[in-house]
Design a protein around this ligand. Structure first.
Ligand SMILES: NC(=O)c1ccc[n+]([C@@H]2O[C@H](COP(=O)([O-])OP(=O)(O)OC[C@H]3O[C@@H](n4cnc5c(N)ncnc54)[C@H](O)[C@@H]3O)[C@@H](O)[C@H]2O)c1
Length: 370
């Protein structure tokens, strides 16, 4: 496979380089050059077995000083308590400002390990080796790190860009099928909001088993997706303006994850969120044809698209309001214009929704998915 690198440079002059290659030996060499003192790999026990041990071995061959720490997997562990535990272990180990944090896992691990890097000794360097499709196309890029609280998702966190993102597509061979589908939620999102050509390609691939795509096609989808993310983050890395469009499907999606106490996955919730926000988009001028195209593609990728419980109307509004885009206690959403573009509202990429439109969306959601 070709080795390629792409750089994201933010206004604050942090640069992230993205590498796409399957070679763990090259990775160990790179780490050797960027970690002069020591490195700490953060991963899950089963990812340690699958890939962590091999990475340790390659790093030892390069004479790197490295230790490995594991945390349980699952959104339920993306908490402040987990962060404190890791911070204490890191300080006990005797890390210094040059210690490199290596996040090896899916999006949940990336968020926690990144926040650990952002907060320990006021900021340690870190790199990401995403192991889920969702993390490769989305979570690994852009520097958003954080944890959930009882009151909402990702409410405590920081923006802290990794030095490098190392994408090794071969690790996806052990990814469970449902997690592949979750990754496609974010790829479909890029097509829907930014790239009609990518969306059409996804339509043409929809009859195939998404876990069995030819390697070139898979790499193309991964590269296309992270390139879109890099482009948007580069233009607005502090998330004050256009970066909001990456949140299409997420106002509703995050509320649904919370309503189900994280028993539905992030990808599943975002897929549902895109359909429901797509429906609401029609109340703001998006055509029925555009909405149908989006809904059809999401159904074709076999997302479960079902809800196990529906919060009351008041609880629903409270959940929507826990989103970080909320302004003046009113939920805000990114709305679709056509496939490949979103609507603009007085120069802003998201808009507040009237009670009537929220209620319309809520009633449709209950009827369609419960
Ligand atoms: N920071 C961001 O910009 C950003 C963007 C999108 C999503 N997220 C966050 O990412 C999380 C969702 O990420 P996710 O979908 O990767 O879920 P996840 O990290 O929970 O991983 C899903 C499951 O797959 C397992 N897994 C991962 N890679 C594997 C592999 N190669 N082989 C076998 N099993 C593997 C994990 O251990 C886990 O059990 C959410 O917490 C979401 O909020 C963050």
């Amino acid at each position: 496979m070709q080795r390629c690198s792409l750089s994201l440079t933010t206004q604050e002059h942090s640069t992230t380089t993205v590498y796409l290659t399957d070679s763990f030996s090259e990775l160990a060499c790179l780490i050797k050059t960027i970690a002069p003192s020591s490195s700490v790999i953060i991963t899950h026990p089963h990812i340690e077995e699958l890939y962590g041990k091999k990475l340790l071995e390659k790093m030892h061959e390069e004479q790197c000083e490295v230790i490995l720490m594991t945390i349980p997997s699952g959104e339920a562990y993306k908490t402040r308590e987990m962060l404190i535990l890791l911070q204490d272990r890191l300080l006990e180990y005797g890390c210094d400002r040059q210690t490199l944090i290596i996040a090896l896992g899916g999006g949940m691990l990336v968020d926690v390990a990144g926040f650990l890097a952002a907060t320990t000794l006021r900021g340690l360097p870190w790199i990401v080796i995403p192991t889920s499709l969702l993390a490769m196309v989305d979570a690994a890029i852009g520097g958003k790190t954080g944890v959930n609280t009882e009151l909402g998702k990702n409410l405590i966190g920081a923006i802290h860009h990794p030095i490098a993102v190392w994408i090794a597509p071969h690790v996806l061979q052990t990814l469970p099928r449902a997690e592949w589908i979750n990754g496609f939620a974010e790829i479909i999102k890029y097509g829907a909001i930014l790239d009609e050509e990518l969306f059409s390609l996804l339509e043409s691939l929809a009859h195939l088993d998404c876990t069995q795509l030819p390697k070139e096609t898979l790499c193309y989808l991964i590269q296309k997706s992270y390139s879109h993310k890099i482009d948007i983050v580069q233009r607005d890395h502090r998330d004050h303006w256009i970066r909001a469009i990456l949140n299409f499907g997420h106002t509703v999606g995050h509320a649904l994850e919370q309503a189900h106490q994280y028993t539905i996955s992030h990808g599943e919730a975002v897929a549902l969120g895109m359909v429901i926000e797509g429906y609401i988009s029609m109340l703001y001028g998006c055509s029925e044809q555009t909405f149908t195209r989006l809904y059809t593609l999401i159904r074709q990728y076999q997302f479960p698209l079902r809800l196990f419980s529906i919060p009351s109307w008041n609880a629903w509004i409270k959940l929507l309001n826990s989103d970080k885009k909320t302004k003046d206690k009113t939920p805000r959403c990114v709305l679709l214009k056509t496939i490949g573009s979103v609507q603009m509202f007085d120069g802003d990429y998201c808009t507040t929704l009237s009670d009537k439109d929220l209620l319309d969306g809520y009633n449709w959601m209950c009827k369609e998915f419960f």
